[in-house]
Design a protein around this ligand. Structure first.
Ligand code: PMV
Length: 313
């Protein structure tokens, strides 16, 4: 008996941070970069997290479950009203940690899927999404739910907190170059800092959040109609708003400028910010030049994903 499940990385194209305040956001899966959970028979139930070099004995009787993997297991077993099966589940992930690519949600999704299969109950995307959202609270404190949703459904989504998700039709495929600053940053801290700003100067911050909301609406139309020449300027406007929310960094700003100078149509930070990844909109002709420039500017990892309607699980 052996079962393997996986889940993709993700990037937020538009609307991070404002999405916490009920504004819309757009996110896409990155299906080439994945977290995997493989279950094998074993005498005891255990989780082996190879990348973290730890074996977790899971105490599912514990009332306080504050480890993300333990909590995932706990929630799946509670949901299915079943006891832990005699399996060893090995987790592996190609997704860099704490860099805005959704590594935590992808690992939880892969683990919950594998455990469901082992227990003879393949969890629906709806069930999985609810479980992974609960786990996301450990990483983010007050997550909007966008990360778990795009990762579980593995489709491009237009997302508003607490509303039904909308899967976006991509009229015309476009390449995005993704570059990692190499600086790990806590989403929980950047989200908390935006919250403090909002509490101190609500009127000013509300204007920025409203502006981001308008940018997202325009981007959704552009993506649905394929008028991609309008997408780059929207990315730059969104990045400027994120700078005003204090969640950019000098390295993110530098990489955005480098990408533009190398021919990108637009660029912005993606995710929680202060580090992590930025994204640049390329054409199929400019991918190589933009990738090379970002490497040269000190990005620790650069790769390209093509956003298109084939992005399915
Ligand atoms: O975890 P990240 O870096 O992908 O950022 C999540 C996006 C935020 O909007 C900053 C937070 C949230 O919960 O939506």
């Amino acid at each position: 008996m052996s079962f393997t499940s996986s889940a993709p990385a993700k990037i937020i194209l538009f609307g991070e941070h404002a999405v916490v305040y009920d504004k819309p956001a757009i996110a896409v899966p990155v299906s080439s970069l994945r977290a995997t959970a493989s279950a094998e028979e074993s005498n005891i139930f255990q989780i082996i997290a190879k990348d973290l070099d730890r074996v977790f004995p899971i105490d599912i009787q514990s009332q306080v479950v504050d480890d993300a993997l333990a909590l995932t297991v706990h929630l799946v077993l509670q949901h299915l009203k079943l006891a832990p099966p005699p399996v060893s589940i090995t987790i592996q992930s190609q997704i860099p940690l704490a860099s805005g690519l959704g590594s935590g949600a992808a690992v939880s999704t892969a683990l919950a899927r594998a455990l469901g299969k082992v227990l003879g109950h393949e969890l629906s995307d709806f069930e999985l999404n609810q479980i992974v959202y609960e786990v996301e609270k450990i990483h983010h404190g007050t997550p909007s739910g966008i990360d778990n949703t795009v990762i579980v459904y593995e489709k491009p989504i237009y997302f508003i907190r607490s509303k039904p998700i909308e899967i976006i039709d991509i009229a015309k495929a476009f390449p995005l170059v993704i570059a990692d600053t190499g600086q790990q940053a806590s989403t929980r801290i950047s989200v908390g800092d935006v919250r403090k700003l909002y509490e101190n100067t609500p009127n000013e911050i509300q204007l920025i959040l409203d502006e981001i909301g308008q940018i997202v609406e325009q981007a959704r139309e552009v993506i649905k109609t394929g008028a991609l020449e309008r997408l780059g300027p929207l990315m730059l406007r969104n990045h400027a708003c994120l700078q005003q929310l204090t969640v950019s960094s000098s390295q993110l700003d530098h990489l955005v400028q480098v990408a533009i100078d190398a021919g990108a149509l637009g660029a912005k930070l993606s995710g929680g910010g202060r580090g992590g990844n930025m994204i640049a909109l390329a054409t199929f002709d400019t991918i190589n030049a933009i990738e090379a420039a970002l490497h040269h500017a000190g990005a620790v990892r650069v790769f390209t994903t093509v956003v298109d309607k084939q992005q399915v699980g």
